[in-house]
Every structure is written in C-alpha cells, then in structure tokens.
Write a protein that binds this ligand. Structure first.
Ligand code: NAP
Length: 250
C-alpha cells in the first residue's frame, strides 16, 4: 500500500459515484490514507471493480456496491452491505452527480426530475441514513460546484440542485450536534472528467482551463486531496462549510 498519507487505518469510507472521475480518485486516495472503501456505482460495474482491484493491488481493502442513490431502498441496502462486509462506516462522501447542459426553457420534466433525484434526493437519502448509522466522530462530505455563483446559461437545473445540497449541508451539520460528526461540502471548479469534458470543443476546454490563475483544469486528484483533508484529523475543526477548490477561478 502507498503509506505516504496513511493516517486512518481501521476506518471505513463510503464514496458514492466512485466508478469514475472524481469519486474514483477519492476512493483511491482515501484507500491510500488507510480507509477501507465502499465503492458505489450506478451502472458501470466493470469500472467500479477496476477501482476495487487497483485499491487491492496497492494493499488496501474495498468493495464495489451497486446502488442508485436516488432510490432510498438501494441506499439502505448499500449501507447494510458496507456495514456487513467492512464492519462500520466512518466517512460518507456524497460525490455521485449528473450535469445536464440545457436551458431552463428547454428542460424536460424528466431531466428536471432525474437531476434533482440524483443530486438532491441522492444526497438527502445517504445523509438521512448516515444520521443513525455513521460512527461518532464521523465525516460527511457533500459535493457542490464553484459554478453555483457564476450561474451561467444552461446550468440552471444543475446549480439549483447544488444550491439545495449546500443548504442541507449547513443544516445537517447543526442537527448532528453531540455526535462529533462534521458535515461539509466541496465545490470544485472545472475538473477533467467525463461530466465536464463531454460535449465541449477543444477551444471551450482551453477557455475553462484559462479561467483559474493557476491556468489549468482541475484534476480528480486535486479534489481527492481536499476530501482527504476534510475526512482526516486536520479537517476536524471545519464544519458546516462549503470549501471551494478551483485554482482561484472564482
Ligand atoms: P462523472 O465523471 O460523470 O462520474 C459520475 C459518477 O457518479 C459515476 O461514478 C457514476 O456511476 C455515478 N452516478 C451517476 N448517477 C448515479 C446514481 N444515480 N447513483 C449512484 N451513482 C451515480 O462525474 P465527476 O465529474 O466525477 O463529478 C463528481 C461530482 O463532482 C458530481 O457531484 C459533480 O456535480 C461534482 N462536480 C464536478 C465538476 C467537474 O468539472 N467535473 C465540477 C464541480 C462539481 P456510473 O459510472 O455507474 O454511471
């Protein structure tokens, strides 16, 4: 195992949407920090198993768990399975999300409902479950976006979901009083994953990359490091906050 960051042996993290993109990098980073990992995915079993295999090859422990975070029954089963196989849950990373690029005028009822179901109800479902099932001194890390305040065209439904996630994050941090559990959100800027890159021209991608004074796109590992900070002992005094990680773009 990569012991460079190995600070949390014996603890267990459940990462939603960990088959690809930022979630896969978070799963691998937290595994390198010593956590056993529940690698949640919706449909890409092969990619989730590849993340589990990579963690295993590095000397860590992980389990792939299929669950649609929008479905409360799936979420309960996911917690049951992770508890049964890995013994406990200390950290919940609510990373699963979707981003439809569409103007409000052109958004179908189905796209609106599905985006809120995954991004908002998905985060709600796992937070509700974690209220009774996360260990004391646990950590919850939700996912917002730095684009929330820029609010550009075609991001209406998406930023609507992330505004709801930020609001619930602040309330839940207070409702967890007495348990020693923190609840925060990370709000990345553009990160080079399928969610961001799909449908964009090379020129558009270059424009996004130039937005930050650091003059590049974020990489999944950049965000994984922020999640690892919030999940670990050094992040313990940060609670009820939204941490923007975007190279200075906003
Ligand atoms: P991504 O590469 O598209 O990966 C999305 C992940 O979410 C996949 O593992 C996918 O599983 C999973 N997923 C989708 N629907 C799900 C559902 N109903 N139940 C369970 N899992 C589901 O996305 P990403 O770029 O890594 O984004 C991760 C998070 O960061 C999202 O919340 C996104 O809003 C946020 N974010 C991203 C950026 C960016 O520029 N990339 C910027 C700001 C915020 P399958 O593989 O099984 O489909």
């Amino acid at each position: 195992m990569n012991t460079e960051h190995n600070t949390q042996p014996g603890r267990v993290a459940l990462v939603t949407g960990a088959s690809r993109g930022i979630g896969a990098a978070v799963a691998r980073r937290l595994a390198a920090d010593g956590y056993a990992i529940g690698v949640n995915y919706a449909s890409n079993a092969a990619e989730a198993e590849a993340v589990v295999a990579a963690i295993g090859q590095a000397g860590g422990r992980a389990l792939a768990v299929r669950a649609d975070v929008a479905a409360p029954r799936d979420v309960r089963r996911m917690f049951d399975l992770v508890e049964a196989e890995l013994g406990r849950i200390d950290v919940l990373v609510n990373n699963a999300g979707v981003l439809p690029y569409v103007s409000i005028a052109a958004t179908s009822d189905e796209v609106f409902a599905r985006t809120f179901a995954i991004n908002v109800q998905g985060t709600f479902n796992t937070m509700r479950e974690s209220a009774t099932r996360l260990n004391d001194a646990g950590r919850i890390i939700n996912f917002s976006t730095s684009v929330l305040h820029a609010a550009p065209p075609t991001y209406g439904v998406y930023v609507g979901t992330k505004a709801a996630v930020e609001a619930m994050t602040r309330v839940f941090a207070k409702e967890l009083r007495g348990r020693g559990i923190t609840c925060n959100a990370v709000a990345p800027g553009p990160v080079a994953t399928e969610l961001f890159l799909n449908g964009k021209s090379a020129q558009q991608i270059e424009q996004f990359a130039r937005m930050a004074p650091l003059e590049r796109l974020g990489q999944p590992q950049d965000i994984a490091g922020v999640v690892a900070f919030l999940a670990g002992p050094d992040g313990g005094w940060v609670n009820g906050q939204v941490l923007r990680a975007n190279g200075g773009a906003v």
